[in-house]
Ligand binder design. Structure first.
Ligand code: 8X3
Length: 248
């Protein structure tokens, strides 16, 4: 693969985003690592020979700055920035947390996609990979704010594929199930490590960020005429959202 191909990964400061930046760099992409935490993305960019651009996807002005840094042509955009905040039932859920989840998982994706579509189009061979979730396919107790937002991610992906049909841009969604990363569950439970650890308790080999990153790199490595619409990826121990094998 030519080294002149460029990729942008949002949420590249940790977890699936950082692993995806590494995987795409290993495949020859020049990777623009975008996230709010500048120190982390600068270290990552140095490691993989990419570029760090501090960016808050929920802030249109910040995203406009990212687009300026990217310039006229872009081949791959991985809309990875996202997250879950809270796990309260609908009856007592905090609307502010729901707003924040919609903001990052849906509107953040919208801002970045709108800003970078011209460059993706100009490349003549663009790909957008939206990182959704199995939470965008089902419902579970205490998850409504997050599942609603991730259903949003899925619907925006599908709609965009319809709207861009005929253009040289592919649109894919990766929907991971249980992935053990450093931050996802900890942030969801407001820093309560015990609750975060309980999510993975006894589960033999939950997915790790690299598993998802490899799937994204595989999607990106398909020939240009092949659009992987969606790819659901779970650990073997998770047959369905509520069907998780745990060892005593
Ligand atoms: C994360 C998957 O199961 O926590 O996107 O909703 S889950």
């Amino acid at each position: 693969m030519s080294t002149s191909r460029t990729a942008v990964v949002t949420g590249a400061s940790s977890g699936i985003g950082a692993a995806t930046a590494r995987a795409l760099a290993a495949d020859g992409y020049h990777v623009v690592c975008a996230a709010r935490r500048r120190d982390r993305i600068e270290a990552l960019a140095e490691e993989i020979g990419g570029r760090a651009v501090a960016c808050d996807v929920t802030d249109p002005a910040s995203v406009a700055g990212l687009a300026r840094e990217v310039g006229g042509e872009l081949h791959v955009l991985v809309n990875n920035a996202g997250g879950a905040f809270g796990s309260d039932p609908v009856e007592s859920a905090d609307p502010e947390q729901w707003r924040a989840m919609y903001d990052v998982n849906v509107l953040g994706l919208l801002h970045v996609t709108q800003a970078l579509l011209p460059a993706l189009r100009a490349s003549g061979d663009g790909l957008i990979v939206n990182v959704g979730s199995t939470a965008g396919r089902i419902a579970y107790e205490g998850g409504a704010g997050y599942t609603a937002a991730k259903h949003g991610t899925q619907v925006v992906t599908e709609t965009l594929r319809l709207e861009l049909c005929g253009e040289p841009i592919r649109i894919s969604e990766i929907a991971p199930g249980m992935v053990r990363t450093d931050e996802f569950a900890t942030i969801r439970f407001g820093g309560d490590q015990e609750k975060a650890d309980a999510v993975y308790a006894g589960v033999p080999d939950p997915l790790v960020a690299e598993d998802v990153a490899q799937a994204i790199a595989w999607v990106a490595s398909r020939p240009s005429h092949v659009n992987i619409d969606e790819l659901v990826i779970r650990p073997r121990a998770q047959a369905a959202q509520h069907k998780v094998h745990r060892q005593a």
